[in-house]
Write a protein that binds this ligand. Structure first.
Ligand code: COA
Ligand code: AMP
Length: 618
């Protein structure tokens, strides 16, 4: 089938298109309709269980011995494989443990864990009993974890004794204890998986030893839930310090992922798929856990870095050993590999001949990197674009539908179901080749968010700007062939090594430092990480501490080390308009060397000259 005919069918009659796609799942009750109004749930009267679809049904179909989950952990020297039958047994017992500890349908369960199989078991176990998981990236600080605890009020918090970051061991229990001390509501139980690398001390009745609890747990069956039952809440950066809890509904998500595996990624049941991401991000949810397993693929859980664990050949080694057919990673990872192995010697020694394509997403894929890796791999390198809110790719070149690659620098064509437009600030259509706001008409296809957890107003705000269409927050341009280039954010979100961060949130933390009077945080271009935070601040006269250290420490400890500022620059004043608005665009131009015209409205031009000097002298 051609991309064009499939895309046109999805837009002309989305109800028929998606009801047909829904047949890829096993339903307890098959939905009688796809969607009523644009804002309604997909497959509203259908009932199903997504854990059953990801695990049990493959066992029932006689594929119990086939590989489901491959755990590759160069940081611990562990390689472990689970068949679908073994995964079923682990997940059912974990689900029994959750139920025994009091979790039931609709209860929230926070999963703050490193990339170990128990984290995957826990996600699927929640889905099995209808509990709503909320995975929190293991690199987030205690205060970020506390915000999520307060927002979703979990009945259980699942964690492990430590994470392993390259050569560093990161004990999680002190972070969890700090988070609980900060949070207004404490989860009744902490359930902790002790890892061999580090033993955590457990406190009395409040903490449960995961291994011991499993010993007495009975396997729990899958329970059927309505299609609009929340499967998970995944928090992502908004424009304030409060993260947005994207709620993902079960049925639509399952259908979208099931459709995406053969059609976007071109992968067949039984093949091995690898998304080298983290379960703390949407890519991990959709393409380490649910998507590949629903499609009956073996999926790889990788605990390591693209370089240094042990070297820049680790991706090729794992891909070759497990006959990976589709690899998905962030451009930063490829840039890191290139920097460490510019002649691709590791790849030459260990070529994964099974590889059909490399997909990139999470941040802008610079053409130089795409061309370099394409030449080295001699395989299609496909950039594709999506967001936590949407749950699965919205712009892509669909490898399963008459693959015709978009030009380098393009994020691809609209994926069936997504009706994109580019408009100016007033909502007027931009012509081909003109940059504007990237928006998507309703109904958003299955899998996309329909609310934010306890924040309907925050959700509605995404549709308020452009006459009911979804404002992606990205700027884009449609090319004459109908493909789209994504030009960056229109708000204060930045993308650091494929991680989405809010400069507004970083500013809140910096402004709370004792030695800071005011500040501005902007995204500076970075060769490796795409963007990095750059802090400009004005120091208090009586500052007793070293502001640079205080600021860096605060950002690392109150948000995450992944938000560490690259530069922290003191100014005597921030450049402002006469009405007091901070001129962040001007600071951004100074940092990124893009040139600027001194605005007429500037309060004091000498402040800008000072900022230029300070940045140059940093
Ligand atoms: N737990 C605790 N700390 C973490 C963490 C985690 N899960 N993940 C990252 N960190 C820490 C790192 O240890 C580092 O700390 P440091 O400043 O004390 O050294 C800091 O956060 C920054 O980490 P990172 O952004 O990973 O930078 P790095 O220099 O350690 O590694 C790369 C550079 C390019 C190898 C790495 O950024 C990378 O693998 N990028 C690809 C990311 C990716 O796949 N994103 C996909 C999202 S879809
Ligand atoms: P997240 O919700 O964390 O997945 O981040 C989504 C944001 O990452 C998008 O809104 C984009 O700004 C950016 N992004 C994701 N994929 C791409 C891509 N292929 N090209 C450019 N930006 C991307």
């Amino acid at each position: 089938m051609t991309y064009k005919s499939v895309y046109d069918a999805s837009i002309a009659d989305p109800k028929a298109f998606w009801l047909d796609a829904a047949k890829a799942l096993d339903w307890a009750h098959f939905p009688t309709a796809a969607i009523e109004g644009d804002d309604d749930a997909w497959f509203a009267d259908g009932t199903l269980n997504l854990c059953y679809n990801a695990v049990d049904r493959h066992v029932v179909a006689g594929r119990g011995d086939d590989t489901a989950l491959i755990y590759e952990s160069p940081v611990t020297g562990t390689q472990q494989t689970y068949s679908f039958a073994e995964l079923q047994s682990e997940v059912a017992r974990t689900a029994g443990m959750l139920a025994q500890l009091g979790a039931s349908k609709s209860d929230r369960v926070i999963i703050y864990m490193p990339m170990i199989p128990q984290a995957v078991f826990a996600m699927l176990a929640c889905a099995r009993i209808g509990a709503v998981h909320s995975v929190v990236f293991g690199g987030f600080s205690a205060s970020e974890l506390a915000k999520r605890i307060d927002d979703c009020e979990p009945v259980l918090l699942l964690t492990a004794s430590c994470g392993i970051e390259g050569q560093k061991l990161i004990p999680y229990k002190p972070i969890v204890d700090d988070a609980i001390a900060i949070a207004k509501v404490a989860p009744p139980h902490i359930v902790l998986w002790q890892r061999d690398q580090c033993e955590a001390e457990l406190n009395g009745d409040h903490d449960t030893n995961w291994r011991l609890a499993l010993e007495t747990a009975e396997p729990a069956p899958c329970i059927d839930v309505p299609a609009d039952h929340p499967l998970y809440i995944l928090y992502t950066s908004g424009t304030t310090g409060k993260p947005k809890g994207v709620v993902r509904e079960t049925g639509g998500y399952g259908v979208a992922l099931a459709w995406s595996m053969p059609n976007i990624y071109g992968i067949k049941t039984g093949e091995t798929y690898w998304a080298a991401s983290d379960i703390g991000w949407v890519v991990g949810h959709s393409y380490i856990v649910y998507g590949p397993l629903i499609n009956g693929n073996a999926t790889i859980l990788f605990e390591g870095k693209p370089v240094s664990t042990p070297d820049a050949g680790v991706f090729w080694d794992i891909a070759a050993r497990h006959k990976v057919t589709v690899l998905f990673t962030a451009p930063t990872a490829i840039r890191a590999i290139r920097a460490a192995d510019p002649d691709a010697n590791f790849l030459a020694k260990n070529r994964p001949s099974s590889l059909r394509a490399l997909f990139l997403a999470g941040e802008r894929a610079d053409p130089d990197t795409v061309e370099w890796i394409g030449a080295q791999l001699d395989r299609p390198v496909i950039d594709h674009w999506w967001q936590t809110e949407l749950g699965w790719p919205a712009l892509a070149t669909c490898l399963g539908l008459d693959y015709a690659p978009a030009a380098t620098g393009s994020a691809g064509y609209p994926v069936p179901g997504f009706a994109f437009r580019v408009v100016d600030a007033g909502g007027q259509e931009c012509g081909a080749g003109e940059t504007g706001n990237l928006i998507i008409a309703k109904p958003l296809p299955p899998g996309s968010f329909r609310t934010l957890w306890q924040n309907q107003a925050g959700f509605d705000a995404n549709f308020a700007m452009f006459d009911g269409a979804y404002a992606t927050g990205d700027a884009g341009v449609m090319d004459h062939d109908g493909s789209y280039r994504v030009m960056g954010r229109t708000d204060d979100i930045i993308n650091v090594a494929g991680h989405r961060l809010s400069t507004g949130q970083i500013e809140e933390v910096v402004a709370s430092c004792q030695s800071v009077v005011e500040c501005a945080v902007i995204g500076g271009s970075d060769e490796l990480k795409g963007e990095v935070p750059v802090v400009f601040y004005v120091a208090a006269c009586d500052s007793s501490t070293e502001p640079q250290d205080e600021i860096t420490h605060a950002v690392r400890n109150q948000i995450s080390p992944i938000a560490s500022p690259r530069d922290v620059i003191a100014l005597r004043a921030l450049p402002k308009t006469r009405s007091g608005k901070i001129l962040r665009n001007l600071l951004r131009a100074i940092v990124n060397g893009t040139g600027f015209v001194m605005p007429q409205t500037i309060e004091d031009p000498t402040v800008v000259v000072h900022a230029q000097e300070q940045f140059a002298a940093r």
